[in-house]
Design a protein around this ligand. Sequence first.
Ligand SMILES: Cc1ncc(COP(=O)(O)O)c(C=O)c1O
Length: 443
Amino acid sequence: MEKIATGKGQKLYQEAKKVIPGGTQLLSKRPEMFLPDLWPAYYSKAKGCKIWDLDGREYIDVSYMGIGSNVLGYANEEVDAAAKEAIDNGGMSTLNAPEEVYLAQELIKLHPWAGGVRYAKAGGEAMALASRIARAYTKKDIILFCGYHGWHDWYLAANLANKNALNDQHIAGLDPLGVPSGLAGTNLPFHYNCIEEFQALMKKHEGKIAAVVMEPIRNDYPENGFLEEIRKETEKAGVVLIFDEITAGFRLCAGGSHKVLGIEPDMAVFAKGMTNGYPLSAIVGRKEVMEASQGTFISSTFYTERIAFAATLKNIELYQRYRVWEKQEEYGAIVQKGWREKAEKNGLDIEIGGIYPLSHFSIVGKENSLVYKTFFVQEMLKQGYIASNAFYTTYAHSAEIIKEYLEHVDEVFQMISEINSRNEIVESYLEGPVCHNGFGRLN
Ligand SMILES: Cc1ncc(COP(=O)(O)O)c(C=O)c1O
């Protein structure tokens, strides 16, 4: 069997680990999360849904597409032209960029329940701002949350009171090292679609809750009026409802997924879904809630940077012009159906989840599912794909690309099935270590 030849990317990654603790700035981009010791690791160029590594090898990205940040595809010409124009006219000055006003107006137009917008650069950072503003508005401390919302103290504090709190919200084994112990008990988890759990927390901490923080949708659809009930109870209790739309936003419609679900929050936070790769996040909120940001100090030089505002405005314009959400859903539906059919055909058990634009799967068998994932990534890489057990569909994909991708999926599933039927183990066919699942020291 042809083996993977590593190139300049792996060499550079070994160097990176000597000077960058943890190797990369984003856990989801760690090569160990895909194919330890063999992943191309770095790119020289990205365009549409293609990526070229440091050795000039070309791949089709059928995985995370910039970890969810490129809904139009890489290096979109119109978005980049808007960014270049901003650069040519000065990306920074002592005066403010007018684009930040135009974008606020656009975001409020898309979310008519809102009356104010603040900005930051990253998603998790914007969630920290939203939490601060909600606490400032309510003058209360406790936050009830569901799901992943970034790396900041307010969030990781959940593991101070219970070291396993984040295990099934984000990843297992996160040590809240460096988070002040005084924050213990300020951030309490509940689970999606578990309304009784939510209600019990609301009752237990009545009068002390500042905010409820959650993604309106991600892996599952809300059941039995889950979101309606949360909206009703938060409104009654004067608790700020914050929808994290960082990844779910701009997947099902232009703007927050809550528009499709028919629930209006008090704040919605956007980031990578809306920018096509440029660093910008937005906290969009009801007028009276956002006014509280005038009383608590939030201020940063690079929050005023012009290029990302210009690019984001163009991205939102194009997203609507091309009705990109329709493609994201259409392609995602084909992908999920394809995974299911190919697994059935090859006698594999598969679990599939996620809304169509953010689809993922897991093969269930006698070996650890990470073994199957690593084998899949390895064999798909050989066929020229940057693949994983997730597929975030974008406007840059096409029905043809997905058809060919699914043919390769079929081949890899068949290989697994044949290994199984020979009573061998898939792990023995891995050319490197099994991929990682979570966070940990690398070196
Ligand atoms: C729901 C959600 N919240 C917060 C974040 C953190 O955003 P960022 O990586 O831009 O800080 C992410 C990133 O994946 C996310 O999916």
